[in-house]
Design a protein around this ligand. Structure first.
Ligand code: ADP
Ligand code: MG
Length: 255
């Protein structure tokens, strides 16, 4: 599909995220090579691929934790540029959850969740706390609100991180290997939270090798290798009928 067609406002599924021939280098290392991808509102994308293939870099470019050097990235109508207002918009609309939780250790769970709504969204404290409790109930840990992150299990901390991101009422949620640092028995509780979020209609881009999750919720799976998008398709297409040797090899290593 041409870029013009993809950006036509007549399309029922106007993309909420567009990457158009994005290139990025770290010094002389070419880490994103002509990456193009359009993601519709409410779409759930799973990104997989070998370590070092550029998955984190790509999703970090979507909320501008990293900058790209060539091509265009447009998120909800805002092109990502050096303009600080664009950065502000993106940070409000795009929530991110990392492998390593990244909670503030000296703040309680509740304070972790209310910090950005109070300081960035200028929400009154009582309202921010009410909202935070609502999301802590959603991720099923309201009883942990007064504890510090260090007092929680990894799975609980990751659910706090998800609740914290949701408190900013993002339009899009990005996940970068959210279960990779967890003990096996905690993976399911985090995936269940993500499945519920997916079923609520959130637009999601998830880097994960949890193929059960991909089969259950992904509309499309993106396979990256060496900085390129090598294949895109439905979970069924990708897992049952991989077109490239690179994807076949990858699947044989993880399944
Ligand atoms: P993935 O998430 O698929 O494992 P990354 O996006 O983290 O891959 O990394 C892609 C490539 O970029 C790798 O070769 C990695 O070593 C390199 N890289 C990642 N971050 C940096 C950085 N901040 N500086 C230099 N090289 C980096
Ligand atoms: Mg990564």
């Amino acid at each position: 599909m041409s870029l013009a067609a993809r950006q036509s406002p007549d399309l029922a599924n106007d993309p909420v995220i567009t990457l158009d021939r994005v290139n990025k280098w770290y010094g002389s290392l070419h880490v994103l090579r002509d990456v193009s991808l359009s993601i519709a509102e409410r779409e759930r994308i799973v990104v997989c691929g070998p370590s070092g293939s550029g998955k984190s870099t790509m999703i970090r470019c979507i909320n501008r934790l990293e900058t790209h050097q060539e091509g265009r990235i447009v998120v909800d109508g805002t092109e990502l540029t050096d303009d600080l207002r664009a950065l502000d918009t993106i940070r409000r609309e795009v929530g991110m959850v990392f492998q390593s939780f990244n909670l503030f250790p000296h703040l309680t769970v509740l304070e972790n969740c209310t910090l950005a709504p109070i300081w960035v969204r200028k929400m009154p404290k009582a309202e921010a706390e009410e909202l935070a409790m609502e999301y802590l109930r959603r991720v099923r840990i309201p009883e942990q609100a007064k504890k510090y992150p260090g007092q929680l299990s990894g799975g609980q901390q990751q659910r706090v991180a998800i609740a914290r991101a949701l408190c900013m009422k993002p339009k899009i949620m990005l996940f970068d290997e959210p279960t990779s640092a967890l003990d096996p028995e905690m993976i399911k509780e985090v995936l269940d939270t993500m499945i519920e979020l997916a079923e609520s209609g959130m637009t999601m881009v998830c880097v994960t090798h949890e193929m059960g999750f991909a089969r259950r919720v992904a509309d499309r799976v993106v396979f990256m290798d060496r900085g390129e998008i090598v294949e895109i398709g439905t979970p069924h297409d990708m897992f049952e009928n991989p077109q490239t040797e690179r994807l076949q090899l990858f699947l044989s290593q993880i399944l």
